[in-house]
Design a protein around this ligand. Structure first.
Ligand code: AMP
Length: 449
């Protein structure tokens, strides 16, 4: 399929697309149209900018028949008021010639006019979870008529702590419905939702930068633990010319803060994660963007909004738990035809994750030996010591009834055991033994932020 003319859509929608000067469907639009129209549960891993909104709106609008029934048939949940407004606008732009009643609802505004608007009858309701739930608690908004549920930006929902609201809303929805999820990054939460609420979903992953491999050189280092990885970074990042704008990904907020404390380049490092206030995040980003700080430490979810040019190197300090996220990570460098560089650090435990990334990319990341100057630390972080699951992966509050908990699924999917065996020999060669107990990091003073 190469143009919208190949889609089976009503002429009113076709004309609207033409008026919007949209001719060719984007990859996510191509991938999602048939499954969503066919009524399948659907998971799209796609970032803003890929055309994901129209990707779900088009098949939904195609399927939506005229009705004057008062209660909505489509519910779209999004994390922010801005998105509510944006999606309502997109629906309006696509339906100037169709009779579709749409309403956006969000908090921070008077609920009364929203109730009045709902009472007049609706086809599609777009809202943020908290306000939507407040409305569902009233007798005005009835959700039992919902046939299709869209949750957009699921990863951000998690970041904003909307789990409880979502779970509450689900209780008001009919069990028989079509579920459509969109998320820029894969997270355990998306996994839990898929496990608990979706029925044999069709899953499509779209990378914003197409095939990011072409102009990004990739390499990997094996390092046994956090502090050895940190030693390696302290060594590599001394080369300020080569590493002039470096984005470092970590798996958890704790690791973000810990790495910030551990890196030597005090004034040149910024850190962002979801526990930091918006103001702090904006300042850190600005400093990184304008070059005041050379190094930015970020978690996957929070880094999503970053649109910063000329990142020379992306470092995956923790190997991403979901292979799709690695592709998103490295897509931050090598933009606009420039050569980018990606460095992946992995411990023994992370080998199965690295394998998953390589099989997704169908590419083996070249291996680099640890430079001899890099000290192998024997110090372990509390998490490494206890070998607990990182906080993001330990998020089990949301275990829907009847759904497998994350841990079950993780155990089910884990390739760790078998992989470990086959790698045992290789590992011995790669992971050097600690040269002495303790290391300089242990004694490092805490830095001021
Ligand atoms: P989204 O990923 O939904 O945030 O969309 C990003 C932007 O891409 C929006 O401004 C859309 O209007 C635009 N867009 C969506 N689909 C297409 C398309 N098929 N061709 C060109 N632009 C598009």
């Amino acid at each position: 399929m190469s143009t919208f003319a190949d889609f089976k859509i009503k002429k009113q929608l076709r004309n609207a697309l033409a008026d919007l000067k949209l001719e060719k469907p984007t990859p996510i639009q191509q991938a999602s149209f048939s499954p969503i129209l066919g009524g399948f549960d659907f998971v799209g891993i796609a970032q803003t900018g890929t055309g994901k909104t129209i990707a779900y709106l088009l098949p939904i609008l195609q399927d939506l028949k005229f009705s004057d029934q008062p209660h909505p048939r489509v519910l779209v949940l999004v994390p922010t008021r801005e998105l509510v407004i944006q999606i309502v606008e997109e629906i309006e732009k696509l339906t100037p010639n169709l009779s579709v009643r749409v309403l956006g609802v969000y908090g921070g505004t008077n609920i009364k006019p929203q109730k009045q608007a709902i009472a007049q009858g609706l086809d599609i309701i777009v809202g943020t979870p908290r306000r939507l739930y407040d409305l569902a608690l009233t007798s005005v908004l009835r959700l039992k008529s919902i046939k299709k549920l869209v949750i957009d930006e699921v990863d951000i929902m998690l970041d904003f702590g909307f789990k409880t609201q979502l779970r509450n809303i689900f209780e008001y929805l009919p069990a028989k419905r079509q579920n459509i999820l969109f998320s820029a990054t894969m997270t355990t939460y998306v996994d839990e939702l898929i496990d608990g609420f979706l029925v044999n979903p069709v899953k499509k992953t779209i990378s914003i930068s197409g095939t990011p491999l072409d102009n990004i050189s990739q390499e990997s280092y094996a390092a046994p633990n956090f502090y050895t990885k940190a030693n390696l970074l302290n060594h590599l990042l001394e080369d300020k010319k080569e590493y002039s704008k470096v984005l470092i990904f970590v798996a958890t907020k704790v690791n973000a803060d810990r790495l910030f404390e551990t890196l030597n380049f005090e004034s040149e490092v910024s850190v962002i994660h979801s526990s930091k206030e918006q103001n702090h995040r904006s300042k850190s980003l600005e400093k990184f963007d304008n070059g005041t700080s050379r190094i930015l430490i970020a978690t996957d979810v929070v880094s999503r909004g970053i649109d910063i040019e000329k990142i020379t190197t992306v470092i995956s300090f923790d190997t991403s738990f979901y292979p799709e996220n690695y592709i998103h990570r490295i897509g931050r460098t090598g933009r606009a035809e420039e050569q980018g560089r990606s460095i992946l650090l992995y411990s023994e435990k992370e080998i199965p994750l690295k394998d998953a990334i390589e099989s997704l990319m169908k590419y083996t990341i070249p291996f680099s030996e640890l430079p001899k100057e890099v000290e192998i630390s024997s110090q372990l972080t509390p998490e490494e010591n206890k070998s607990v699951v990182p906080e993001e992966l330990n998020d089990t509050h949301f275990t829907p009834e009847g759904g497998a908990s994350f841990h079950e699924k993780s155990a089910k999917n884990s390739k760790e055991k078998s992989v470990r065996k086959s790698y045992k020999k290789k590992l011995k060669e790669r992971f050097k033994k600690p040269i002495r107990r303790g290391d300089k990091i242990q004694n490092m003073k805490k830095k001021r932020r």
